[in-house]
Write a protein that binds this ligand. Structure first.
Ligand code: PRT
Ligand code: MG
Length: 213
């Protein structure tokens, strides 16, 4: 049995065409069913639905043989024990710094002020600002980062941006791009050795179906 970990929503939706290229069709719509384990058209392949931030953990400890996860989640988790064969180029976005219009980020950086930054990505934000030599107080949030500068909780946020509509709707401005993000295929290293042929076939089929840049 091959177990693939996916999260509901954009990762699941955008992985479907890659699965199709591997001849794998999932037998249930996760938005309509409450099942956490879904069968597929291939009796030896199943999908487990986990929280996006849990995908690397499932794969690392062998709860799943492979998984699809955002680079943001992967870097924040740490990629110990995970083989990363492919950039799938799906669920693309960027990790950016955003502030309110009345906050002068450039001067704060120039003057070496302490900046209060709210984010779910504490590890990535710490590394980024340390490399720049900017002093920050990091405030860990689990969601709706956009609210933090609007309520005075923080001066800035570090969050994912794709269309920019969420920032715009909350009158926030992207002042710095930290990195481009896309979803990655991750594979458990022991599983890759033990189930080499079937896992290789899935990797190769995914590789052939990656959207072009
Ligand atoms: O939602 P939940 O808390 O369960 O988990 P999650 O937010 O980690 O999962 P999900 O499914 O929302 O995201 C899974 C992965 O998709 C992320 O880890 C990213 O790698 C990738 N991805 C791509 C995104 C976005 N685009 C994205 N736009 N993840 C989140 N967003 C959010 C962003 O945080 C912001 O709130 O969408 C908002 C901005 O979108 P725009 O289009 O308005 O700019
Ligand atoms: Mg989300």
């Amino acid at each position: 049995m091959i177990t693939l970990a996916l999260s509901k929503g954009r990762i699941f939706d955008e992985t479907l065409p890659l699965l199709a290229a591997a001849g794998i069709e999932v037998s249930e719509d996760p938005e309509k069913s409450r099942k956490l384990i879904i069968g597929t058209s291939r009796p030896d392949v199943r999908v487990v639905l986990v929280r996006a931030s849990d995908v690397p953990t499932y794969v690392q400890y062998g709860g799943a043989d492979l998984g699809v996860t955002g680079l943001d989640v992967l870097l924040e988790h740490g990629n110990q024990g995970l083989y990363q064969p492919l950039d799938l180029r799906i669920a693309a976005c960027r990790l950016s710094v955003a502030v309110r219009a009345d906050y002068d980020y450039a001067s704060a950086v120039r003057q070496g002020s302490r900046i209060k930054v709210a984010t779910k990505y504490v590890g990535l934000a710490r590394d980024f600002f340390a490399t720049k030599g900017v002093h920050v107080d990091l405030i860990k949030l689990y969601g709706s980062m956009e609210l933090a500068p609007l309520t005075g909780l923080a001066d800035a946020i570090v969050d994912l941006v794709s269309t920019g509509n969420t920032l715009k709707a909350n009158q926030l401005f992207e002042v710095e791009r930290i990195m481009d993000i896309s979803a990655r295929l991750v594979v458990n290293q022991a599983a890759l050795k033990l189930k080499q042929a079937p896992i290789r076939r899935i990797i190769d089929a995914f590789a052939s179906a990656i959207p072009s840049a």
